[in-house]
Every structure is written in structure tokens, then in C-alpha cells.
Write a protein that binds this ligand. Structure first.
Ligand code: UT7
Length: 325
């Protein structure tokens, strides 16, 4: 037995920020942002808006699409790097908003690869017979950990959530193969230094701006392309398929130049790559499920398509999953 995605949903907050809006905040330009990243707009939570609302709305849409009641879900996995609260995370708040009663839940933290990791974990749990219906949500409120004085990072990120509902399916029909990797030597390429148990919140961590995301952008860029290439090829081997069998590629939406380099290495057709980062920017764990949901709802990806989802992120983690929709 294996598993398959039976429905999906996504949610973006209402507040849209253009590059011109960011020109008023830091020393940047629309021209620089578009040329170096491909990003034109991003969506951010309004001040005081609850982050969990994004995961709740995405989850509701996924459940509604397959007429699944909250009671019928056996497990909720919330993939997120910046939970609503460090303890107890995001999952309990999302579970409450979805009307779950005794359904188990947990947060999964694996950098921007969190959704891909979560899909492999959910597939493993369903395949083992431990759970039947698993709701997997990628949920991220990056605007809340963005350093608005750092032009190197603040232009890149958006908020949002995407969800998929997984159910048992005959092996070889839904999730066809996966490959997960880690490179702990790159743990500091992308990190948020303070607020954890290593460096608890204090006046000095606040003064040092330690509660904001820090990134060595060029280092991340250099690692991202070979990582996603290796993961894509690894997952295809696990699925006993080749690139020629793939209908669609959905890479983590971090930077258009990273995506273009990946496609070049893979020699994959640009027309069959889902890209929405121009509109939604980098939403970390939410990026792949939002792109997948949008492509499914637009009818670009149709039933029976073979799709590779591949990501890299803080940790460094990377991985890919091959699915048949
Ligand atoms: O989910 C994973 C998360 N992160 C990523 O995927 C990020 C991966 N990395 C990247 O996407 C790119 O490295 C960036 C978009 C972050 C930066 O692009 P880059 O081509 O690597 O630029 P750079 O960092 O080498 O900076 C080039 C110049 C610098 O100026 P000087 O020193 O040459 O005078 C920067 O200060 O561009 C400057 N710069 C900016 N200028 C205008 C950096 N950020 C900006 C900005 N606006 N927002």
C-alpha cells in the first residue's frame, strides 16, 4: 500500500506588497529585485493577524475539495520553521481552527524542504498502515521574522500556506518515490540566532537583532542548484522513472535564477516548470504546496500527471518527491 494526494488548498494573506512599496522601506529598486530574483509582489499578514489563520484556511480548502470532515482526519502535520509560538508550535492552533477534536498533530521543522520532508513522512506513515487520512500543511509567516533593515533578505519573503490531504492508495499510483538529504555543515547559511535554548531572548539578543532571519545569500544560492538536482534525480531513481517521464517540475520558489539554473542542469523544458514566485515570493515550507494547488486549480496539472516536487532549505535540508496526481 502507498498513498496519494486526494485534494489540496492554499491561502495567501490579503495585504500585497509591491517592489515599489519596499523601495520606501530599504535602499532597493524594482529593477534590482526583478533582475536578481524574479520577484514582483509578495503577500504579508497584517499587524496582529493570527498566523495560524493561513494554515487553517488552506486546510479547510483541502478538506472541502474532497468533502472530508474534520473528524475523518487521522493526523495533522504542520510543516513550519517559524511557528506561531516556539512552544507549543503551530499545529495545535491550526487543529483548533479546523475543528479537530482528538486528532493528533505535530510541527515538522526542516527548513524550506519541510513540505517535501512532510510528504515523505506522511507517505511512510500511511504506507505502514499507521494512519489513513493525513492532512499536511506548509505554513509560514516569514514577514514576522524578517529584518526590515536588511535589504539582502527583506525583499525575498512572503507569507502563506498550502495543504494537501493524503489517503491510502495502491502502491505506485500516488507518491511514487522520494529522496531526502541533509548537509549539517551548512547549518549557519540560513538561521535565526536567538530565541531558542542556545541563546534565549534577552535585552542583548534584541539589541543585536538576533530574533530576525540571517542569510548568507550567495552561499545558499550556490548550494541550492546542485542540491535540488541531486534530489530530483534521487527521487526519480526511487520511483524507477526518468526525467523523460516527468510532466511537471515544481521547485521551491526562492529565486528565478536558481530555478533557471536547475532547469538548465536537468535539461528540462521551461514550459513544464511551475513558477509563481514573481507573485508570491519565497514562502518557505508553503511555497511548493501553494504552487501545486494553484497549478491543479488552474487545470495546468491534471489527473495522472507525473510531478516532481523538489526543495532545499535551512539546515541544510534538501529533497524531492515524485507524485502522480
Ligand atoms: O529558501 C531559501 C532562502 N534563500 C534563498 O534562496 C536565497 C538564495 N540567494 C539569493 O537568492 C541571492 O543570493 C540574493 C537574491 C539573496 C542576492 O543576490 P546576489 O546576486 O547573490 O547578490 P549579492 O548578495 O552578491 O549582492 C550584490 C550586490 C551587493 O552590492 P555590492 O556589495 O556589490 O555593492 C548588495 O549589497 O547587490 C546589493 N544588494 C541589493 N541591492 C539592491 C543586495 N540586496 C539588494 C537589494 N536591493 N535588495
Amino acid at each position: 500500500m502507498g498513498s496519494r494526494i486526494v485534494s489540496s488548498g492554499s491561502y495567501l494573506p490579503a495585504r500585497c506588497l509591491t517592489n515599489a512599496d519596499l523601495e520606501k522601506v530599504v535602499d532597493t529598486s524594482d529593477e534590482w529585485i526583478v533582475r536578481r530574483t524574479g520577484i514582483r509582489t509578495r503577500y504579508h499578514l497584517a499587524e496582529g493577524e493570527e498566523p495560524a489563520v493561513m494554515g487553517i484556511e488552506a486546510g479547510k480548502r483541502a478538506l472541502a475539495q474532497s468533502d472530508a470532515s474534520p473528524e475523518s482526519v487521522d493526523l495533522l502535520i504542520a510543516a513550519t520553521n517559524f511557528p506561531d509560538m516556539i512552544c507549543p508550535g503551530s499545529a495545535p492552533f491550526i487543529a483548533a481552527g479546523l475543528g479537530f477534536d482528538q486528532t493528533p498533530f505535530f510541527d515538522l521543522k526542516a527548513g524550506c524542504s519541510g513540505f517535501v520532508y512532510g510528504l515523505a513522512v506522511a507517505d511512510g506513515l500511511i504506507s505502514s498502515g499507521m494512519y489513513k487520512r493525513v492532512l499536511l500543511i506548509g505554513h509560514e509567516a516569514l514577514s514576522r521574522v524578517t529584518d526590515w533593515s536588511d535589504r539582502k533578505t527583506c525583499v525575498l519573503f512572503g507569507d502563506g500556506a498550502g495543504a494537501v490531504l493524503l489517503e491510502p492508495a495502491p502502491a505506485g499510483t500516488g507518491v511514487l518515490g522520494s529522496a531526502l538529504y541533509g548537509d549539517n555543515s551548512k547549518a549557519f547559511l540560513l538561521h535565526l540566532p536567538a530565541g531558542g535554548t542556545k541563546s534565549p531572548a534577552s535585552h542583548s539578543t534584541v539589541d543585536e537583532r538576533g530574533h530576525y532571519l540571517r542569510m548568507e545569500g550567495a552561499g545558499v544560492f550556490r548550494s541550492a542548484v546542485p542540491m535540488m538536482e541531486r534530489a530530483t534525480r534521487g527521487a526519480l531513481v526511487a520511483a524507477s522513472l526518468t526525467l523523460a517521464d516527468v510532466d511537471w517540475l515544481i521547485p521551491h520558489q526562492a529565486n528565478l535564477r536558481i530555478i533557471d539554473s536547475l532547469i538548465k542542469r536537468l535539461k528540462f523544458d521551461r514550459e513544464r516548470v511551475v513558477v509563481n514566485l514573481d507573485r508570491v515570493a519565497n514562502t518557505s515550507t508553503a511555497s511548493i504546496p501553494i504552487a501545486l494547488d494553484e497549478a491543479l486549480r488552474q487545470g495546468r496539472i491534471v489527473a495522472g500527471s507525473v510531478v516532481v516536487l523538489t526543495a532545499f532549505g535551512a539546515g541544510a535540508t534538501y529533497g524531492a518527491v515524485v507524485i502522480r496526481t
